[in-house]
Design a protein around this ligand. Structure first.
Ligand SMILES: [Fe+2]
Length: 230
């Protein structure tokens, strides 16, 4: 089963047996075309009032500094023609530096950090740029197979400006040794597309002696689309 809104090889296989839960949840019947309840070209307007003052700094929500490596992540969001996607909602969520999510379903043997909850949101600016401050997440085990550890990653949800631009994906960090063993990363067939999920270290965006910078541009659709990452 394939998506038809991007070139072949960009989006992950919906049923990828090495990623076990896709076998249970992947569609077993051919897709049907339906009339969408709203046109997929309907404008989505993100109201700035949904943003709280510290939503773009995940390190300031406790009584003290969270543990781990403080980083800044920034990048631009583009449409299929390479034009910036402005004023669009970007949400992020992630594990803490020990690889543990602040979620009752995550009970693996790593500590929670009382100063880090791992969620944030922001709007893109007139250049399509987003920026947030966080802690570099740790890898974590997920039980898919023997010695299954996810490469460090940050989850992204992007609304774009129209429904057809909706994208949920994951950002990875450069040179992670776990890429070769991760069926979620490997479920994207095209090597070039997989590399579009990997952020770049950026000296330009590094902030003095405070935090290293990572840059991650996102293309919502088209031939150069950033793959979906579920
Ligand atoms: Fe995750």
């Amino acid at each position: 089963m394939k998506f038809d809104i991007v070139e072949p090889g960009i989006y992950p296989e919906l049923i990828y047996p090495a990623y076990k839960s896709t076998v249970k949840r992947g569609p077993s019947q051919p897709m049907l075309r339906i009339q969408a309840p709203l046109p997929v070209t309907e404008n989505i307007t993100a109201a700035p009032r949904i943003l709280l003052p510290n939503d773009a700094d995940l390190t300031v929500h406790g009584d003290g500094e969270p543990l781990g490596e403080k980083i800044v992540v920034t990048g631009r969001v583009f449409d299929e023609d390479g034009k910036p996607v402005r004023n669009s909602l970007v949400e992020v969520w992630q594990a803490n530096s020990a690889g543990r999510y602040w979620h009752k379903k995550d009970q693996h043997a790593a500590p929670l950090d009382p100063n880090f909850f791992g969620v944030g949101k922001m709007l893109t600016d007139d250049e399509g740029r987003y920026r947030f401050v966080t802690i570099k997440p740790g890898p974590y085990p997920w039980g898919n197979h023997d010695k299954a550890w996810r490469p460090a990653h940050i989850h992204f949800s992007l609304f774009g400006n129209v429904y057809a631009q909706r994208l949920v994906t994951q950002m990875y960090f450069p040179s992670d040794p776990l890429f070769d063993y991760d069926p979620i990363f490997q479920s994207v067939p095209d090597e070039g597309a997989r590399q579009r999920l990997v952020s770049r270290f950026s000296l330009e965006h590094t902030v003095g002696a405070e935090m290293l910078g990572y840059e991650f541009d996102i293309v919502l659709r088209g031939r150069n689309a950033t793959p979906m990452g579920l």
